[in-house]
Each structure stands twice: as structure tokens, then as C-alpha cells.
Design a protein around this ligand. Structure first.
Ligand SMILES: *Cc1c(COP(=O)(O)O)cnc(C)c1O
Length: 384
């Protein structure tokens, strides 16, 4: 129930990767035969990824994951355009891979606008237009949020960016393989994705860069990836990412339909059986697998510990043990008071989850919340 954090590698994907650890291990930069084979499989993987997002193969760059892709997009575009201007527009609910990079760039003299979102986590595309200045050189808005699952109006934002001639980046790490994506239809110039969020291997990602987009390198060294991303290619990782994305896109419609049904039963069941609960995020424009609910008068982290005892893995927007007592920036940005942000539970469904899993959660959560409320001095009444 924590597929937004990571997913297991599918058996077919692990199988496809296996030869590239041992017998087919050639360094693609070498000139003998097994090296040529490595080059070939990288190029066919690139084509597979390109097809999945409506891009050309030479616009696909392999990276070490979503974090590197986000860093590259922001730092690379900011630096390449520094002479033209320095202003960056993003949102208040981005992943830390974007937000912490933006904060770093601010210290380097690049002003950043963090646009607010509404109570359901949606950004008004009109606000993007209003924030544009003569010096804006990048707009970066995530396709779908990792905590509350809200999906943004990427197409509208992309066309606003294009009307102003500003490159548009989207962190599509939670979206890729789970909802349809097209860099062409959505006027996207740069797009980040990460294999371990769609049943591929960890430590493997892609940055799509539209032909003609000005961007500096992030990593320097050898001439790999057309001299734009140095470092010996992660051959098994590349094969794993492409295989996993191919399967996810092939099965996307069917699988997301099934997962959406599980999600909706889980949401309805929890809201019905647990008093003082509310759904966070958008009711319909949300990722197929995302459930995020706040329970008043309880700590999310306490729920997690008790769920873990029942063998259920979940997540929360408040993690005191991680050293941060502040609730999630996303939950605060949608206007949740601290008390509700602290009592949030995120359950994210994915490939392999079943009706029975939903039953197990629906059986466990109401009792756990009741037990915690019974010992909470703030809870107004047990009779409720
Ligand atoms: C997981 C995630 C990332 C980071 O990706 P990694 O491959 O784990 O580095 C970035 N953005 C979003 C929205 C994510 O969910």
C-alpha cells in the first residue's frame, strides 16, 4: 500500500535485465562486438521510451533517477539561459527534488516564484500566466503529486509556456506508466521520469529534452549520451526501465481502471467507517492508485506503526521520527490545519494489489484509529 514510494521490479523486467549484468556486460564505449551489442540495446531502449511518451529517440537521455532528472532540468536550463534572464516559476507542492534545487538556485541568484494551489491541490493555469515576466526562463510544474495524487492541467500550462516562448518542464515521476502522457500533445519541453515508480529498477531515470531546448550539462566527464550526460551507462538499468515502461504503457488503460476501482472502494470505505475523516486531494483528477485521508485527533505516524504490525505498509504526511516535526509542505499548501496534516494516511495502490488487500486495510484502519483516539486527550467523545 505504498506504491508511490517505490514498486517491486516485475519478474519479466528482472528477466530482461539479467544478461546485461554478466554475459552481455560490454561497455558501450568500447569497440569489440559485445560492446556494439550494448550500444544497440541502449538505442533500442531509447526508442521504446520515446514511443511511450510521444518523443523522438534522440530526445531521450538516461539518468540515475527522478532526482537527477529534476536537478538537471532546473539547473541546466537556468544556467544555459542565465544571460537572457533568471526567473523560474514552479509550484509550492513540488517534490523536494524540485523544491530543494530551486532553493539552491535562489541562493545562486535565480529568483523563484512558488505558485500556490487550491484546497484540492490544483494550480490555476491563469496564475502561471500572471507570474510570467520578461526574465522568466523556465516553468516547472509536476504532472501529478506524489502525496495527494492531484493531477495538474499540464496541457494548458504547457501551451501558456509556449505562447511566451518559455521552456516547460514537468516532473512526471508519479504519472509515467500510470496515466497517458504525450510530450507532443501537452507542449512539454522537458520531462522527468523514474523507473522504480513503474515496476522498474531503482536508480534509473530519464530526462526528455525537446530538440532545440537550451540546457547545460549537470555531469561532466566522458562523451556518453551524445556528450550531454557523462558516465558509463547503466546497461541493465536502461533495459529494465525500457521494458518496465513498455509493459506499463501497454497495460495502462486496463490496469489503471482496475486500480481506480480499488482506490474508490478504499476511499468510500474509510470515509464511511471512520468519523472525523476527510479525503485530501482532488476527488476525480487524481492518480488511479492514490488514497490520502486525514483522521482528526490521531498522529499519522502512530497509525503507521500499528498498520505495520498487521503487515500493512503505508505512509504519512507527518513523520516525527524522521527528525522533522513540520507536517508535509503539500498538506499545508492545500490549507490543512496542522492537526489534520499530522493525522494523514497515504495508501498508494499499484500492480499486484488485490480486492483482498483493500479488505484487509478496511478491516484494520477503523479499529486502529478508534484505539488511538481512545487514548487521545483531544478526542471529544467515544460515543461518536
Ligand atoms: C520519487 C519521486 C522523485 C524522485 O525520484 P527518484 O528516482 O527516487 O530519485 C521525484 N519526483 C516525484 C514526484 C517522485 O514521486
Amino acid at each position: 500500500m505504498d506504491n508511490a514510494a517505490t514498486t517491486p521490479v516485475r519478474e519479466e523486467v528482472a528477466e530482461a535485465m539479467r544478461p546485461y549484468f554478466s554475459s552481455r556486460f560490454g561497455n558501450p564505449s568500447s569497440i569489440y562486438r559485445i560492446a556494439c551489442e550494448s550500444r544497440d540495446v541502449i538505442e533500442s531502449s531509447r526508442e521504446t521510451v520515446a514511443k511511450a511518451i510521444g518523443a523522438d529517440a534522440d530526445e531521450i537521455f538516461f539518468t540515475s533517477g527522478g532526482t537527477e532528472s529534476d536537478n538537471w532540468a532546473l539547473q541546466g536550463v537556468a544556467r544555459a539561459n542565465a544571460k537572457k534572464g533568471s526567473h523560474i516559476i514552479t509550484s509550492a507542492i513540488e517534490h523536494h527534488a524540485i523544491l530543494h534545487t530551486a532553493r539552491y538556485l535562489e541562493k545562486q541568484g535565480f529568483p523563484v516564484t512558488y505558485l500556490p494551489v487550491d484546497n484540492e491541490g490544483r494550480l490555476d493555469p491563469g496564475a502561471v500566466e500572471d507570474a510570467v515576466t520578461d526574465t522568466t526562463t523556465l516553468i516547472s510544474i509536476m504532472t501529478a503529486n506524489n502525496e495527494i495524487g492531484t493531477i495538474q492541467q499540464v496541457q494548458k500550462i504547457g501551451s501558456i509556456a509556449h505562447d511566451h516562448g518559455i521552456p516547460f518542464h514537468t516532473d512526471a515521476v508519479q504519472a509515467a506508466g500510470h496515466i497517458p502522457l504525450s510530450v507532443h500533445d501537452d507542449a512539454i519541453d522537458l520531462l522527468s521520469l523514474s523507473a522504480h515508480k513503474f515496476n522498474g529498477p531503482k536508480g534509473m531515470g530519464v530526462l526528455y529534452i525537446r530538440t532545440g531546448t537550451k540546457i547545460d550539462n549537470l555531469l561532466f566527464g566522458g562523451g556518453q549520451e551524445k556528450k550531454r550526460r557523462a558516465g558509463t551507462e547503466n546497461l541493465p538499468g536502461i533495459v529494465g526501465l525500457a521494458t518496465a515502461l513498455d509493459i506499463a504503457v501497454r497495460d495502462q488503460e486496463k490496469e489503471s481502471g482496475e486500480i481506480r476501482k480499488l482506490r474508490d472502494r478504499l476511499i468510500a470505505g474509510l470515509l464511511e467507517t471512520v468519523p472525523y475523516s476527510r479525503l485530501n486531494g482532488h476527488p476525480t483528477e487524481r492518480l488511479p492508485g492514490n488514497v490520502n485521508i486525514s483522521f482528526e485527533f490521531v498522529e499519522g505516524e502512530s497509525i503507521l506503526l500499528l498498520l505495520d504490525q498487521e503487515g500493512i505498509c503505508a505512509s504519512t504526511g507527518s513523520a516525527c521520527s524522521s527528525g522533522s516535526h513540520d507536517p508535509s509542505h503539500v498538506l499545508l499548501a492545500i490549507g490543512l490545519p496542522h492537526a489534520l496534516a499530522h493525522g494523514s494516511l497515504r495508501l498508494t495502490l499499484g500492480h499486484g494489489n488485490t480486492e483482498k488487500d483493500v479488505d484487509t486495510v478496511l478491516e484494520a484502519v477503523p479499529g486502529i484509529v478508534e484505539k488511538l483516539r481512545d487514548i487521545s486527550p483531544l478526542y471529544p467523545g467515544k460515543e461518536k
